[in-house]
Design a protein around this ligand. Structure first.
Ligand code: SF4
Ligand code: SF4
Length: 472
């Protein structure tokens, strides 16, 4: 029985409900009256439920799709302005005891190089990341209680936060590790993590079990209920995601929104972020072996609809996607992107020799961070290195209520400008710096509150003098 506030996976991600939702969407995909009424509701910017969203996804009327895109762009502009938050992944270890058939780290891959960073190697990686200008990381590690126990992850977090190289600092560490216990989530919370990210991969239980034939991750319910345990452990910023290409995208899309509705119903706070990875080529993984791949147009539509359906949830896109695809979806709602990512263990310091490949997937966007920052600014976006919210205790429902009232804008815009200024002073090339300085001057005018604008101007001057880390 479908019940969004239940804590049982099969009740809040209910297969029958998804099947009925898809049938309802098929039956109504040409019902323009209903589609118009859903779009009207979406304009209130309070989101849509999985049934309404699925009707929009099924609709193939060109004019209505254009309306969806226009609305997504407008919502993006209203909630996030032209700011794009930057981050980088950091791979700690690719030891893994799971059998995920879409990931080259699966335990039966005997020829991939297995690596685990020592604390000394982490220092070098973090210094390399700081020297690029990164302030926000997403930690990645395979599941392996012997090689990567929670104590190792906690030690890594401590090391990362402790490194202050020149003007560099990692100010927010998000963590993407396997589903675990309430107790271990509590430890992660105490270690000062930002968001806990865990991709569901697929919400379709039967496919999930085939795609995860062995290892602890093969337990669908344990994996799907992970966010509830994370919340119980005190982590109130959680990040959802599916791996598009594994199952029918319409099923995943409905499941993803049901998961978001569940978090809201059961814990009073929806997901902090949603990631939208698509399956990519990697070591012994051929993406064409999965027959549910989605084209760029469908991908863009999914991104636009996520923006419309959960306006307050950040949307993340990685370097799995090419520059062209990233350009398109940035306008439609993506609010966070990675830059200059390496998806191998230890990849920021050392270029890996071919025979030592430890990459999780092929990166499509291989530009440097400076190139990505410049590209964003040339498109009129403000690259933001802001990490302020969790450091100011703005997490969970407190964060969400500031988002919903629009007050967060008073923090995001000045924080984006101040952190961009730091980047320009410490890491940018001359060309990037020139574009950035002009952008900051122009964007100061878009800070809504006069008082905040004045403080921001004073802080920008102090950054010029060498002082760092201002935030609202
Ligand atoms: S997806 Fe994660 S759990 Fe699965 S094999 Fe890869 S690293 Fe291991
Ligand atoms: S102020 Fe908060 S919501 Fe805005 S960019 Fe910074 S961390 Fe994100």
């Amino acid at each position: 029985m479908y019940n969004p506030s239940s804590l049982k996976a099969e009740e809040f991600i209910n297969h029958e409900e998804i099947i009925e939702t898809l049938a309802y969407a098929d039956a109504n995909k040409d019902n323009l009256e209903l589609i118009d009424s859903i779009l009207e509701k979406a304009k209130e910017r309070k989101g849509l439920n999985h049934r309404e969203a699925s009707v929009l996804l099924a609709c193939d009327n060109k004019e209505k799709i254009e309306e969806m895109y226009a609305l997504a762009q407008q919502i993006k502009q209203d909630f996030y302005g032209n700011r794009i938050v930057m981050f980088a992944p950091l791979y700690l270890s690719n030891y893994c005891i799971n059998g995920c058939v879409y990931c080259p780290y699966h335990i039966s891959n005997k020829h991939i190089a297995r690596k685990k960073l020592t604390q000394e190697e982490i220092k070098r990686e973090v210094i390399a990341l700081q020297d690029m200008g990164h302030k926000r990381l997403a930690l990645e590690a395979g599941e392996d209680p012997k090689n990567n126990p929670i104590e190792y992850i906690l030690e890594c977090i401590k090391t990362i936060y402790s490194i202050k190289h020149k003007n560099g600092a990692i100010r927010r560490v998000n963590v993407n590790i396997a589903a675990t216990t309430v107790e271990e989530y509590r430890m992660l919370k105490e270690a000062g993590i930002g968001t806990y990210i865990l991709f569901q991969e697929t919400y379709h239980k039967e496919s999930y079990e085939k795609l995860h034939p062995y290892g602890p991750k093969s337990n669908y319910a344990y994996h799907t209920e992970a966010m509830d345990r994370a919340m119980e452990g005190g982590i109130d910023d959680v990040g959802l995601g599916v791996l598009f290409g594994l199952e029918m995208y319409r099923y995943e899309f409905a499941g993803l929104l049901m998961h978001a509705e569940h978090l809201e119903a059961a814990h009073g706070v929806g997901p902090h972020t949603i990631s939208v990875p698509r399956i990519k080529r990697a070591d012994d993984i051929d993406p064409t072996a999965f027959d549910n791949g989605i084209d760029d147009e469908t991908f863009a539509k999914i991104c636009a609809l996520i923006r419309i359906c959960v306006p307050y949830t950040g949307m993340i896109i990685s370097t799995r996607e090419s520059q062209a695809v990233r350009e398109k979806v940035l306008k439609l709602g993506v609010s966070q992107i990675s830059g200059a990512s390496r998806t191998s263990v230890g990849g920021y310091c050392d270029e890996e020799p071919e025979e030592e490949n430890s990459e999780q997937f092929d990166v499509s966007d291989k530009r440097t961070l400076d190139e990505v920052v410049k590209w964003l600014m040339e498109m009129g976006c403000i690259p933001s290195f802001c990490t302020a919210c969790y450091r100011e205790g703005r997490t969970g429902d407190r964060f969400m209520s500031l988002c919903k009232s629009g007050q967060i804008q008073n923090c995001c815009q000045p924080n984006a400008l101040m952190t961009l200024k730091e980047y320009l002073m410490d890491y940018a090339s001359e060309d990037t710096k020139k574009i950035g300085e002009a952008l900051i001057q122009a964007e100061l005018e878009n800070i809504p509150k006069e008082k905040v604008k004045e403080i921001c101007k004073e802080n920008l001057a102090k950054i010029e003098q060498g002082i760092r880390d201002f935030r609202f």
